[in-house]
Ligand binder design. Structure first.
Ligand SMILES: *Cc1c(COP(=O)(O)O)cnc(C)c1O
Length: 407
């Protein structure tokens, strides 16, 4: 085990804050949404963090997620249930992307997706605050990460997913010890069941952004990027946006890093990428709205971003607008073409959501939203190995003469 996890440590959480009204909530208590029905954000004593540690302190530590512990909410290290949350590599995508395109390869994380970042944090906090039973709606990867971490620390989990969730996700959730139910509806229909059970006191609601700590886990993507870019940031980030936790988390990370004096005021343009078959954030962005209406009849091959209604919609839209970025929609054919191009030309297997960011990058390049000289990061949020691939049916009969020229 990483010795940093066993060492005593100080944490710097002061309180939580409603993301829409600014109302203050006590730390070290169990919270869901704020009284206004919106996500709660964790606040830290950043002056104290600045006095306690420096960028050099961080750089001297092993590169995993816990090197950022002073900027994370877990008070007691005994509550951390690590499966090995490594810093993910930035892989150049030279041919199918371009000379300045890097992919943040999140599929290398435990359970094969970046949902591990959010769930390792949320489960640690649930354990710290005495939760024994958790329920969650999921499109697949979040349920798998929840199942793994909760099982590891003895918390009971019940997971609800749309009945067309990728088969491998449903099975990995079950295999890792959760009770999983296929529901004839979309993720927000599953969320309604979770909400009803939570209101009856049956379990704690772990829906995206309905507990405060998944954002803090996802925030580490922004912290990592800053360190990987030598305490600067790329010019643009393309993020496949469902609930938007990662985009909101990164934006929060940049703000905290600037307050610490560890980065400057420059920010990447944030591009929220959605599928044209489910693009509520894009529609709201284009209409100049602060909130997004539910997207009816949502449909896309990119299951992870099939989220018809996001409770943090206004936080996504604010970050995208403040950054000078945009919300972009790409069609399923463009997504599949991008996955194919990255695999065949660069040897990197993207998940469909990752493919969406590559397709959106080309769209942004063509419309002049980014320049070929801009350093750009695309998020590939799950390993491509979890998703269906085209058949490869060729077989060779070794008892017959072999035509070596035809191989
Ligand atoms: C969950 C998920 C997303 C969307 O992440 P949010 O932070 O919820 O917007 C994108 N890609 C994959 C593979 C996912 O599992």
């Amino acid at each position: 085990m990483n010795e940093n996890l066993t060492a005593d440590r100080e944490t710097f959480v002061t309180h939580l804050e409603c993301s829409i009204t600014g109302e203050r909530y006590e730390a070290d208590q169990l919270h869901g949404l704020s009284r206004a029905g919106r996500p709660l954000l964790v606040r830290y004593d950043l002056d104290a963090v600045r006095s306690a540690i420096s960028r050099d302190t961080i750089e001297a530590r092993p590169t995993d997620l816990w090197r950022w512990r002073e900027l994370l909410p877990v008070r007691d290290t005994a509550n951390i249930v690590s499966l090995g949350e490594i810093e993910t590599p930035l892989v150049p995508l030279t041919k199918s992307g371009g000379p300045n395109v890097l992919v943040k390869e999140e599929g290398r994380l435990p359970t094969g997706s970046f949902k591990a970042r959010g769930l390792v944090m949320a489960v640690a906090m649930a354990k710290e605050l005495g939760v024994t039973k958790i329920a969650m709606p999921t499109n697949g990867n979040a349920g798998a990460a929840l199942a793994a971490y909760a099982t590891r620390c003895g918390i009971e989990t019940i997971v609800f997913c749309p009945d067309d969730t990728p088969e491998i996700n449903v099975r990995e959730i079950a295999m890792q010890g959760a009770r999983v139910w296929r529901v004839n509806g979309l993720i927000d229909d599953c969320g309604a069941i979770v909400g009803k059970g939570a209101a009856e006191g049956r379990w704690f609601d772990f829906s995206t952004l309905k507990e405060p700590y998944r954002i803090e886990g996802k925030k580490t993507m922004g912290l990592e990027l800053a360190a990987q870019f030598g305490w600067q940031l790329p010019q643009a980030i393309f993020y496949p946006t469902g609930g938007g936790t990662g985009l909101i988390g990164m934006w929060k990370a940049f703000d905290e890093l600037e307050q610490l004096g560890w980065i400057g005021a420059e920010r990447p343009k944030m591009f929220a990428v959605q599928a044209s078959g489910c693009a509520p954030i894009v529609r709201a962005f284009e209409a100049g709205e602060e909130h997004a209406e539910r997207w009816e009849d949502a449909s896309t091959v990119a299951a992870g971003i099939r989220v018809p209604k996001a409770v943090g919609d206004f936080l996504i839209l604010r970050a995208v607008r403040d950054s000078g970025g945009q919300a972009l929609a790409v069609g399923d054919p463009a997504i599949l073409k991008a996955v194919d191009a990255a695999a065949k030309q660069d040897g990197l297997l993207l998940c469909p959501e990752g493919g969406a960011t590559l397709a959106a990058y080309h769209q942004a390049l063509n419309t002049g939203l980014v320049d070929e000289d801009d350093k750009v990061v695309l998020f590939n949020c799950a390993t491509g190995l979890k998703y269906p691939m085209p058949e490869a049916p060729q077989a060779l009969d070794r008892t017959q003469p072999i035509d070596f020229d035809a191989l």
